[in-house]
Design a protein around this ligand. Structure first.
Ligand SMILES: Cc1cc2nc3c(=O)[nH]c(=O)nc-3n(C[C@H](O)[C@H](O)[C@H](O)COP(=O)(O)O)c2cc1C
Length: 305
């Protein structure tokens, strides 16, 4: 018999610990062409703002050693259009949907969250605070514990469990994580991309249209493992979702052992759209080979208590 793959992220129960990562599987059911979305733990959609947003200038993605840089710039249709046009297809396919929201000011988070209140099939809201706060010299919300707390508080308008998606580009991640949890987040999603940049030496210009971008993929994996490890040490009872460079079952198990209740698969999906299902199959295989009966028993098991 296979392992019991069920897990919980805060108050949200999931049939297994593998989800898509925001921004890497579209806004709707796009990935449904490659596998049953209902077989994944959850589908996290690309971050949504209160209204439509155009995003950054092209090129928006650039391959680098052991990963990629992106500066998509949070392009999206806005919450009301997403609820009306994209969400029904996800629900019809039986996906458990996590809606990610972002904003340029605290009120945007409140408005986006309000638009999600009562939306069918949405099990949680992921509050992406790794975006520029126009009221604070465009520093990321996630760079400030108090701005992070305000955004997470504002997202309560959704009436859904809140997960705070944090940035690794901070001096003290646990301080920001503590502020998010203090503001009502049930879970931490760790981590968003690392700030990075490439220069095209032939054109003598930045490789990305926006200049800098976010680094993701295998290069980010050890950063995610450490973030999860440190936050699990600091917050033994918090929900934690690990994300960063997960390409196979072993990467996922590593994040679970470091303290994640579940994981998300992002950049790997660009190379192989079936990656989230392959990672899930890899976790099952790992459990079978190692005679692990319950995935939940792996969570945080690398910590000496
Ligand atoms: C093209 C692209 C777009 C992304 N868009 C979002 C986004 O809209 N919201 C968000 O919270 N994270 C976004 N991310 C970050 C991912 O969700 C994830 O945190 C990060 O890429 C690390 O995971 P990975 O190494 O598996 O890709 C994006 C990443 C990529 C590569």
């Amino acid at each position: 018999m296979g392992a019991d793959l069920t897990t919980g992220v805060g108050s949200v129960s999931l049939p297994n610990p593998v989800m898509t990562a925001s921004g890497t599987a579209g806004h709707g059911a796009e990935l449904g062409a490659y596998g049953a979305l209902s077989d994944l733990g959850a589908v996290v959609v690309k971050s949504l703002s209160p209204g439509p947003w155009e995003g950054n200038a092209a090129p928006r993605v650039h391959e680098v050693a052991a990963g990629m840089l992106n500066s998509v710039g949070l392009q999206g249709p806005g919450v009301p259009t997403w609820v009306a046009v994209e969400l029904p297809a996800l629900v019809a396919l039986g996906a458990r949907v996590v809606a990610s929201i972002w904003g340029r000011r605290v009120e945007d988070f409140a408005e986006a969250a309000k638009g999600l209140a009562g939306a069918p099939g949405v099990v949680a809201v992921e509050v992406n605070v790794s975006c520029p706060n126009v009221e604070d010299r465009s520093r990321m919300f996630a760079h400030s514990p108090s701005a992070t707390a305000e955004a997470v508080e504002a997202a309560a308008a959704a009436g859904l469990p809140r997960w705070a998606k944090l940035s690794p580009n901070v001096a003290d991640l646990c301080e920001v994580a503590g502020a998010a949890l203090g503001a009502g987040a049930e879970a931490l999603t760790l981590v968003n991309t690392l700030l990075g940049m490439s220069v095209d030496v032939e054109r003598r210009r930045p490789a990305l249209g926006a200049g800098g971008g976010g680094l993701s993929g295998p290069a980010l994996h050890p950063v995610a493992v450490r973030a999860v490890w440190e936050c699990r040490e600091a917050f033994p009872d918090a929900g934690i979702v690990g994300v960063g460079g997960v390409s196979n079952g072993t990467d996922a198990v590593e994040l679970l052992l470091a303290g994640a209740d579940a994981v998300q698969v992002g950049t790997a999906t660009f190379r192989d759209p079936k990656a989230p299902w392959k990672v899930l199959a890899g976790v099952e295989r790992w459990c079978r080979h190692h005679r692990v009966g319950r995935v939940a028993d792996l969570v945080g098991a690398a910590h000496v208590r």
